[in-house]
Design a protein around this ligand. Sequence first.
Ligand SMILES: Cc1ncc(C[n+]2csc(CCO)c2C)c(N)n1
Length: 217
Amino acid sequence: MTQSKTPLSERIRVASQPAWDGMQEHPFVTAIEADRLSDAEFRAYLIYECDFVETAMLIFGHMLVKAPGLEERRWLAGVLQALAVEQIGYFETTFAKLGITTEVRAKAMPPSVLAFRDGMLKIAAEGNYLDGVAIMLAAEWMYATWCSRAAKCTISNPVLKRWVDLHAEPEFLAQADWLRRQIDSATPALEPQLAASFRHALELEIDFHTAPLERTA
Ligand SMILES: Cc1ncc(C[n+]2csc(CCO)c2C)c(N)n1
């Protein structure tokens, strides 16, 4: 395939190959695939992750304001609805089930979790609409890929199994596809900038996913 026939989304992914592979082979991911993520590690992850769902709403909010038109805004409103209802709902149910209290959740977040939140928000706030798309494409495509793989593995913890399955379902994959199409229809002149945003997001993701392995709730 010649350069110009390769979709822009694939070109920016390939330009970030070391960070992409770093996330696909991350010890957090390989532990889940080998069914050996500990309950304490999973609990710590869930607390950091719930904080990110709210950040994701703010990122998509920036994108909604900067979007080129109504068609994109309507799609983004659906994304926000899914985050506010399904994702937050998953955490409310899960925290109740696992006895994770408000006090436990109020504990300070590790530096790499804060760096992820602040770094992603900064790109969404200061960049243009497509920078927001690029960072969320990195986050969702990366999850869609490893969770589709992990969904075929044995995962003994049913709450973790549900979380992995959620990111391997057609609805989530369709969301990543939509972001991919937004990037693919961008002007090639934006390629270096979008590649940089995409890579930055993956690098922040790597450190975010190391945190639960180092500090348990
Ligand atoms: C740290 C972290 N990075 C990426 C995802 C994947 N993901 C799942 S839902 C969502 C927001 C938009 O629906 C994103 C980005 C995650 N869950 N947590």
